[in-house]
Write a protein that binds this ligand. Structure first.
Ligand code: NAD
Length: 501
């Protein structure tokens, strides 16, 4: 058995050297063994991280844009050089296959690349002569200490939606990553230090609700970005706002893929299987419901079945594996419980992934193979709940109109996709659907870094989405300046309200 690891906080440019009163286990999902422990922050540890970030803020906000950009470029090169190492680290704690983990690092790096353009992104506006010999301009200033609270499913990419933009804008940052796979965040902190980021600009505290609440209530934290499940997103939004912070809280999802009768069914089946079972369905943009418009349901199901039969389930570090285990035993059991539950409520258990063939043997790992429920209806729990695992539901629908009503009525509004060869139908769909991110013959429409990521309705609380220009605006405050440099004609006392003249 390999050595047990110990993961701790990163505060003020170095690992924390205190003794934690509480710790959590970090698992290796493929074997089920406890691979190590992670320290859980108490209030004083959160205070120390926020104090380090607060102390670093004045120097960092006044660091020139060119110097900030140069550090970001160096960080980008370092993360790229360590991509495989990071991917293996993520895979070992999360379970996803290494190639998929490398993909999430690449998508996170795209945000770093976007943030490298910060000198351009932070340009304000300037108007000469808004009044006679008076100029007006706007500047974008950082908010101060920003906090990020992130989920288990993308331990590198989701934090990288936040901190590159926050830091580029001149803020300092405290990250509270998921306690289930905490190591990637510490490795990223080490790479920041190597890139030359001043101590205290990027900090990591580990832990659970106590650490999160410590950040939400801390008077020196000015902005909170959260990504996770909907009940916690709602709580974060309400608590952070009640404590006077600006907050963006991205929640859970139930992403529908609409397949119209004229779609290329091979393309649609490839997409449903890839987007349903990639990362074992533990993606907020995973397809969890296929809505097949009559009469394509049976043919589509047959094509999905063919593809699922060929999927290889196995440990993330086996190059042949296409799908790994789930993140914890409890989560695996909960996801699996939907199979019997849906069958009892009238769905057809078309593919039962319990007891899968696992490359190298299942051992005590948290395995659940790809599973498909057919003839699912909106009243069933499998339809209503975000299952967040390798369970794909197929809903049969009589028409485009009926399918649209179903998708738009869903309380979640993260992502959706339409599969069709009819451009007019696709255009109508993207115009009508009540969902924040839409794919047309693209099953996982995750926006590029220079657009912004975020859903609608119960998938996002707050006004701004992540990264892109919305990220820049979230992490900055606009200041408008009106300036007159005196000349001999300044005009003397005038008690009237300033108007342009
Ligand atoms: P989660 O909500 O359980 O945890 C997210 C974070 O909140 C973690 O850091 C966790 O420690 C913390 N947390 C958990 N319970 C808390 C509590 N009671 N009080 C305060 N903090 C608490 O989510 P998860 O299981 O880690 O991740 C999966 C969820 O994240 C899914 O619902 C998925 O859809 C969602 N997600 C959404 C997006 C998006 O962009 N909308 C992206 C990725 C994941």
């Amino acid at each position: 058995m390999s050595e047990s690891k110990h993961v701790t906080h990163w505060i003020g440019g170095k690992p924390w050297d205190g003794e934690a009163a509480r710790r959590g286990d970090v698992y290796e999902p493929a074997s089920g063994r406890v691979a190590g422990t992670v320290d859980f922050a108490a209030q004083e540890d959160v205070d120390a991280a926020v104090a380090a970030a607060k102390a670093a803020f004045p120097g960092w906000r006044d660091t020139s844009l060119s110097k900030r950009a140069r550090i970001l470029f160096r960080f980008r090169e370092l993360v790229e050089a360590h991509r495989d190492e990071l991917a293996r680290l993520i895979s070992s704690e999360h379970g996803k296959v290494v190639s998929d983990a490398a993909g999430e690092v690449a998508r996170g790096l795209e945000v770093v690349e976007f943030a490298c353009g910060i000198p351009h992104l932070l340009k304000g506006g300037f108007s000469e002569n808004v009044s006679t010999r008076v100029d007006a301009y706007s500047i974008l200033q950082p908010v101060g200490v920003a906090a990020g609270i992130t989920p288990f499913n993308f331990p590198a990419m989701v934090p990288m939606w936040m901190f590159p933009v926050a830091i580029a804008c001149g803020n300092t940052f405290v990250l509270k990553p998921s306690e289930k796979d905490p190591s990637a965040s510490v490795r990223l902190a080490e790479l920041w230090a190597e890139a030359g980021l001043p101590d205290g600009v990027f900090n990591v505290v580990h832990g659970d609700k106590a650490a999160v609440d410590g950040l939400l209530r801390h008077p020196d934290v000015k902005a909170v970005s959260f990504v996770g499940s909907t009940p916690i997103a709602r709580y974060i939004y309400e608590t952070a706002a009640a404590n006077g912070k600006r907050v963006q809280a991205l929640g859970g999802a139930k992403n529908h893929m609409l397949v119209l009768p004229d779609a290329d069914l091979d393309l649609a089946a490839d997409a449903a299987v890839s987007a349903g079972f990639g990362s074992a369905g533990e993606r907020c943009m995973a397809i969890s419901v296929v809505v097949a418009v009559d009469p394509v349901g049976d043919e589509l199901m047959a094509k999905i079945r063919e593809r699922v039969a060929k999927l290889k389930v196995g440990p993330g570090d086996n190059a042949e594996s296409e799908m790994g285990p789930l993140v914890t035993r409890a989560h695996r059991d909960k996801v699996a419980s939907y199979l019997d539950g849906a069958a009892a409520q009238g769905a057809t258990l078309a593919i039962d992934g319990r007891d899968p063939d696992v490359l190298g043997g299942a051992g005590d790992g948290f395995w659940l193979g790809p599973s498909v429920l057919d003839h699912v209806t909106p009243e069933m729990d499998a339809y209503k709940d975000e299952i967040f695992g390798p369970v794909l539901s197929v809903v049969r629908s009589g028409s485009y109109a009926e399918a649209m009503e179903l998708i738009s009525a869903n309380p979640y509004g993260n992502g959706t996709a339409i599969f069709t060869n009819d451009g007019g139908a696709a255009r109508r769909f993207q115009n009508e659907v009540e969902v924040g991110m839409v794919g047309v013959n693209v099953p996982i429409p995750v926006p590029m870094a220079y657009y912004s990521f975020g859903g609608w309705k119960d998938s996002l609380f707050g006004d701004s989405h992540a990264h892109g220009m919305e990220g820049v605006h979230f992490y900055t405050r606009t200041k408008a300046v009106t300036a007159r440099w005196l000349d001999p004609s300044h005009g003397g006392v005038n008690l009237g309200f300033p108007t342009s003249g």
